[in-house]
Design a protein around this ligand. Structure first.
Ligand code: PLP
Length: 365
C-alpha cells in the first residue's frame, strides 16, 4: 500500500531536537540563559495592554495589524504601508521563502547562520547553499562567490545568532550591489537593539532605495514578548504586496498587537536593557578570557564561549557542570559548534553565578 509522501525537501530537514530540560541539583534556583530571552521581561505597559485585550476575546483582530504597523512606522520613521506583521519573525521568514523559493531554486545563508533559514528554504523545495565564514563572521565575498543563476534569495542575520558577530553597513551594501537585482536579500535584525557600533545600521536605507531588499525584526528579544509571537518586516511595495497575498488574514492576535504597541513606545525600558547588556557583555568577556577561555566578540545579548576540544574542560563538561548548578546555557552541536556554549546575558545575579561557577570548573583538576 502506498502512503502519503511529503513534498521534495521536507525530509531533508533535520528533525528538530529540543534543548534538554535542565535537571539542577535540588534546591538550586534555575536561570535559563539558553534562548536569548531578556531577563527583564516586557515593559509593564505591555503587560497592561495585553491584559486589557482579555475583555474582548470574541473579536477577530484587525487583519493588517494596522495599529502596530503605525506604531512601528512612528518609532523607525517608516511608511506603515510597507510593513507586514507576523506571528514572530519566524512566520515572516517562512512567508518570504514561500513567496520566492521553489524546487530548483537556491538560497544562500552563512555557515553558522540562524537555523530557521535552511528549514524555510528546504520546506519550499529549494537548495540551501552555505557560505563559509571568516572568524565566525559573515564573509560577503564567500556569499557572492556562491551566487548562480538559480539563486533567488540570500539570508543574512546581522548581527548573527549564535556567533554574536556583525558586518558593517558598508559590507551589507557591497553584498547587495554584488547580487543580481532579482535576488531577494533578507536582513534579519533581531538583535539590532543591542548593537553599540557606529558602523552598524539595520538597513532601512537599503530597503527604501531598492526593490529587492527586506528587513525583518522581532518583539521577542529586547521587548521581551517572545511568548506572544510578534515580528515584522519592512520591504519595498512589490515584496509587501506579494507576501500579503499569502499571509493568513488574522495572523497576529489582538493581545500581541496591543502589547507590542505599548512595548515599542516604552523607550526607557529598552534603553535600560541595552545599557545592562553592554556592561555585562564587556564584563563577561573579560572574566571568561581571564579564565583562559576564548570569547567571540559579541554585539548581541549573548556571548559565545569556546572551550578546549579535549581533556576535562570541554564545552560538554562545562555545560553539565553549570546545569547541575541551575545555570542553563546553550550547547551548539546542531550549529556545528560543539566546542562552544552560548550564554544569554541574564540578571546581575545570574551573570555573577556563571562567572563564579565557571571559575570553579576551570580550577578543577
Ligand atoms: C530570536 C531570533 C529571531 C526572532 O524570532 P521570532 O520568531 O521573532 O521569535 C529572528 N532571527 C534570529 C537570528 C533570532 O535569533
Amino acid at each position: 500500500m502506498s502512503r502519503p509522501v511529503p513534498k521534495p525537501g521536507i525530509l531533508d530537514i533535520a528533525p528538530y531536537t529540543p534543548g534538554k530540560s535542565p535537571v539542577p541539583e535540588p534546591g538550586r534556583k534555575v536561570f535559563k540563559l539558553s534562548a536569548n530571552e531578556t531577563p527583564f521581561g516586557p515593559s509593564p505597559h505591555a503587560i497592561a495592554a495585553y491584559k486589557s485585550a482579555a475583555d474582548h476575546l470574541e473579536d477577530y483582530p484587525e487583519g493588517t495589524s494596522r495599529v502596530l504597523r503605525e506604531a512601528i512606522g512612528k518609532a523607525y520613521g517608516l511608511d506603515p504601508d510597507r510593513i507586514i506583521c507576523g506571528a514572530g519573525s519566524d512566520e515572516i521568514l517562512n512567508l518570504l521563502a514561500h513567496t520566492y523559493l521553489g524546487p530548483g531554486d537556491e538560497a544562500i545563508s552563512s555557515q553558522h547562520g540562524f537555523l530557521v533559514y535552511p528549514i524555510a528554504t528546504l520546506a519550499n523545495g529549494a537548495s540551501n547553499v552555505v557560505a563559509p565564514e571568516k572568524a565566525l563572521t559573515t564573509d560577503v565575498d564567500a556569499m557572492l562567490a556562491r551566487v548562480t543563476d538559480k539563486t533567488k534569495l540570500v539570508w543574512l542575520a546581522n548581527p548573527n545568532n549564535p556567533t554574536g558577530t556583525y558586518i558593517p553597513f558598508d559590507e551589507v551594501k557591497r553584498l547587495r550591489a554584488g547580487l543580481p537585482s532579482h535576488v531577494v536579500l533578507v536582513l534579519d535584525a533581531a538583535y539590532a537593539d543591542y548593537v553599540m557600533k557606529n558602523d552598524y545600521e539595520i538597513g532601512i536605507e537599503l530597503v527604501s532605495t531598492t526593490e529587492n531588499t527586506v528587513l525583518t525584526h522581532t518583539f521577542s528579544k529586547v521587548h521581551g514578548l517572545a511568548a506572544l509571537r510578534i515580528g515584522w518586516m519592512f520591504g519595498p511595495a512589490n515584496i509587501v504586496d506579494a507576501v500579503n497575498r499569502i499571509r493568513g488574514p488574522f495572523n497576529v492576535s489582538v493581545p500581541a498587537q496591543l502589547a507590542a504597541v505599548a512595548a515599542i513606545q516604552d523607550t526607557a525600558h529598552v534603553e535600560m536593557s541595552r545599557v545592562h547588556t553592554d556592561k555585562w557583555r564587556n564584563t563577561l568577556t573579560e572574566e571568561f578570557t581571564k579564565l583562559g577561555l576564548t570569547v567571540t566578540p559579541s554585539v548581541c545579548n549573548f556571548v559565545l564561549v569556546h572551550f578546549p576540544k579535549g581533556g576535562s574542560k570541554t564545552a560538554a563538561a562545562a555545560d553539565a557542570f553549570l546545569t547541575k548548578r541551575g545555570l542553563v546555557l546553550r550547547a551548539l552541536n546542531n550549529y556545528g559548534l560543539p566546542d562552544a556554549l552560548r550564554m544569554t546575558i541574564g540578571t546581575d545575579e545570574a551573570n555573577e553565578l556563571v562567572i563564579e561557577h565557571l571559575r570553579e570548573f576551570m580550577a578543577q583538576p
